[in-house]
Design a protein around this ligand. Structure first.
Ligand SMILES: [Zn+2]
Length: 284
């Protein structure tokens, strides 16, 4: 990747060519081009971690990365008759289907970070955003041995390691809290300090927490595409001050970076309550 001097010279030398000029047209080149999926049929919908994949006929896949606020909606096609499609500013992509319905990829809010890719199916796992993703915690490849290898190969704090997509794909801030509460483990413990018994417990907690949440989400969203995250299904995450569902102690909360961590001091940290200042020192 080019570094600072390279980029600086690029900026300096580009400036006299474009400063003061008004953009007349934009032509976006993507390979394969996005609209070449026209005429292809969706064969299968699946996911890897949090990435949603539509496998199409003809060695093509559409890959959706929702990030925080991206969502998929399905409904009657509103734009078929319109001469020019005028999607709202939240709509990033409209896919009209051959049954007069449309699949809308929307992103709510001012920050636009969601992404869609069209990739050759045969090489997609070497390309962004799939390249380098770790094991899916609901797949058969996620064994106690795999988890042990991950934890022994890193020395960072446990919660941080659980959320690294290169190890486990699909776990984020909320479910790492839920899992660690289930496993009665501190989010802040160094992975190298975990015993064999604790690693087995953690593996079981990852599986059971996700499996239960999956059942609950299926009941919550019968036949509809989920839009709003069902926070009421979480046991500790976003429950600061509420009684721990297991022991009744008030759930504690610490913040660092943009992330909030929730835990039960009695069940998870041997009674220790971490103040933000103390945590920032721990993180150094
Ligand atoms: Zn508790």
């Amino acid at each position: 990747m080019p570094e600072l001097p390279f980029i600086q010279v690029l900026v300096e030398n580009l400036a006299p060519h474009v400063e003061g000029r008004t953009i007349e047209r934009v032509h976006l080149t993507v390979a394969p081009p996005l609209d070449e999926v026209r005429g292809h049929t969706v064969e299968r919908v699946r996911r890897t971690g949090k990435v949603i994949i539509l496998d199409l006929t003809g060695d093509r896949s559409m890959v959706f990365h929702l990030m925080r606020n991206g969502r998929l909606q399905i409904g009657p096609a509103r734009t078929r008759s319109a001469r020019v499609a005028r999607p709202s500013r939240d709509v990033a992509l409209l896919i009209t289907l051959d049954d007069d319905r449309e699949l809308r990829f929307i992103e709510i809010g001012p920050k636009k970070r969601a992404a869609v890719y069209v990739l050759e199916a045969s090489t997609m796992h070497e390309r962004e955003p799939l390249a380098g993703l770790g094991v899916d915690p609901l797949s058969d490849a996620f064994t106690v041995e795999y988890l042990r290898g991950v934890l022994e190969g890193d020395t960072a704090q446990l919660k941080h390691v659980l959320t690294l997509q290169r190890y486990l794909t699909g776990l984020g801030n909320a479910f790492s809290d839920e899992i660690l509460w289930e496993a009665k483990l501190s989010p802040f413990i160094r992975t190298s300090k975990l015993t064999g018994e604790e690693i087995t417990r953690l593996h079981e907690a990852i599986r059971s927490t996700l499996t239960r949440a999956l059942d609950e989400h299926r009941r919550e969203f019968v036949d509809e595409l989920p839009m709003k995250e069902p926070l009421h299904l979480l046991r500790v995450h976003r429950h600061a001050g509420d009684p721990c569902p297991r022991c009744g102690t008030r759930i504690a909360q610490v913040a660092y970076a943009e992330k909030e961590t929730y835990y039960c001091p009695s069940c998870q940290t041997g009674g220790k309550v971490y103040a933000d200042r103390r945590l920032s020192r721990l993180l150094k």
